[in-house]
Ligand binder design. Structure first.
Ligand code: TXA
Ligand code: MG
Length: 333
């Protein structure tokens, strides 16, 4: 088990099943300030009690995350969210349309709402009501907000299975609440909805831009795909990075490249490492497989190798997939 203040290199996370017992154990660990990864419908999150600054500090340390990067507070329902932040009519409309679900709303934090370290000292706060039954049961059992970034070391590929979490953070956290592969596979869509001023899309994700705009009956300005200066603190350009380099929108792989396909594969792929996100070109299937396929190809590609990736359409969930691929392909520090 991990200690409160420093990761213990000899520790190994306990794998908990998503049963009533497993959920109760996970909730008890969180309440005593330990770090527990858990399944959501998007990706696995690494949870810490949001109001426990020591737990949140341990979370930043475990991820190796720059501490200016604020976390999403996961809450059980809209009522809990509106106790923490002020919701504009637009924010309420989006919450009612998409919660529980893969949407994060950034809104003005209420005076005295706590969780200062999780919010990285900002006067705004990111909130999400997840839709996964395991996450919902866990939040109900904990009874207070759980700060949870994706459960990967900072800058690495996001986890969609408990095995991914153990591979990246297994020696730095108390437990993983395992509910199998996550169904959506890319992180939540993030919308900034201030009380004064228009809403803006900060990160494409599990709720497509088209669905957001249909719910709003209006178009939504977009700060994503992120340009060089981070808009949301922590929208680092190089992110989700595999060790291999990435070549995007490729028609076919070069002789020594691995291949990540979408739709029908080109002929003559031979015995190279390869995966196909969706042979039928289904974007929801591709999103669900994206990170698992990147993890697998990265492991199979020799060091210094390249993963060539097929073109993915920039519509619906394709926007979130392309955003993650562009970050995976971005130059590294
Ligand atoms: O699907 C998800 O959103 C997953 C699961 C676990 O819920 N979580 C997730 O968290 O992706 P994370 O920490 O990997 O990404 C959160 C993003 C970061 O880019 C962060 O900068 C942004 O949310 N964020 C958090 N608070 C913010 C704020 N007050 N203003 C703008 N962006 C914020
Ligand atoms: Mg992340």
């Amino acid at each position: 088990m991990t200690t409160r203040h420093a990761p213990d290199p000899s520790a190994r996370a306990v794998l908990l099943q998503a049963t009533a017992d497993g959920i109760a154990t996970a909730a008890a660990e969180l309440r005593t300030g330990r770090l527990v990864a858990f399944a959501t419908e998007t990706v696995y999150g690494l949870g810490a009690l949001a109001e426990d600054d020591a737990a949140v500090a341990a979370l930043y340390a475990a991820k190796g995350r720059p501490s200016f990067n604020p976390l999403i507070l996961h809450v059980a329902d809209l009522a809990a969210a509106t106790r923490i932040a002020r919701f504009s009519p637009t924010a309420l409309r989006l919450a009612e349309a998409f919660w529980p679900g893969p949407l994060t709303l950034v809104a003005q934090a209420r005076e005295g709402c706590g969780a200062a370290l999780a919010r990285a000292g900002l006067d705004t706060v990111a909130l999400r009501v997840p839709d996964h039954p395991t996450a919902r049961a866990l939040l109900a059992a904990v009874g207070s907000p759980v700060a949870a970034p994706s459960a990967n070391p900072s800058g690495k590929i996001s986890p969609t299975t408990a095995e991914h979490v153990l591979g990246g953070l297994g020696d730095r956290i108390a437990a993983v609440l395992d509910a199998g592969p996550t169904p959506i596979g890319v992180e939540s869509t993030i919308v900034f909805a201030p009380v004064d001023g228009p809403a803006r899309l900060l990160r494409p994700g599990g709720v497509s831009l088209e669905r957001l705009e249909a719910a709003l009956g209006a178009s939504l300005a977009s700060d994503a795909p992120a340009t060089d200066g981070p808009i949301a603190p922590g929208q680092l350009r190089s992110h989700y990075a595999p060790d291999a380099r990435m070549r995007l929108a490729a028609a076919r792989p070069e002789p020594r490249e691995a291949w990540l396909g979408f739709g029908a594969d080109p002929a003559g792929l031979g015995s190279r490492p390869r995966r196909n996100l969706s042979p039928t070109a289904d974007l929801a299937e591709a999103a669900a497989r994206l990170f698992a396929d990147l993890h697998a190809l990265d492991a199979e590609t020799p060091s210094g190798g390249v993963i060539a990736v097929a073109q993915i359409p920039e519509t619906g969930l394709g926007r979130a997939i392309n955003d993650r691929l562009r970050r995976a392909a971005a130059p590294r520090d």
